[in-house]
Design a protein around this ligand. Structure first.
Ligand SMILES: [Zn+2]
Length: 133
């Protein structure tokens, strides 16, 4: 039996793929078509680059005043994470007690289902961080 298309697509969503500029080497996530540093000089030189998904917390904020839709999970931690590859990403940190979060903490990417949409049941995934195991 054929596997429904959206299930087959899920493995690619679990990969964290950014872009690397062939001109200056800048890494970005999400991937870009044009390097923010080189501009036009990077055109045609951007490569896809898979990220390992591991990094360390360099800064964080505990958000107490979350929008209404996020009532169920407030307060929560929003962190800037420096990835092993050197780029920085901002995302929520989950599976951590608010008192345990600290600068320098190793974290890893965790993909979470964000929601489903419409009759086709398109499932949206997003990335968050959790303490590295
Ligand atoms: Zn560049």
């Amino acid at each position: 039996m054929a596997i429904p298309r959206f299930w087959r697509e899920i493995p690619s969503r679990y990969n964290l793929v950014g872009s690397k500029c062939g001109n200056c080497g800048t890494l970005d996530f999400p991937p870009r078509l044009v390097c923010p540093r080189c501009g036009r000089r990077s055109m045609g030189k951007m490569e896809r680059r898979k990220l390992a998904g591991r990094g360390t917390v360099v800064s964080y904020t505990i958000i107490h005043d979350a929008p209404k839709d996020f009532d169920m999970m407030k307060p929560y931690v929003l962190a800037i994470v420096e990835m092993e590859e050197g780029l920085r990403m901002t995302s929520q940190v989950i599976d951590v007690e608010l008192g345990d979060i600290k600068i320098g903490m190793p974290v890893e990417v965790a993909f979470r289902k964000l929601g489903e949409e419409g009759e086709a049941g398109v499932i949206h995934y997003g990335y968050k961080f959790r303490p590295a195991r």
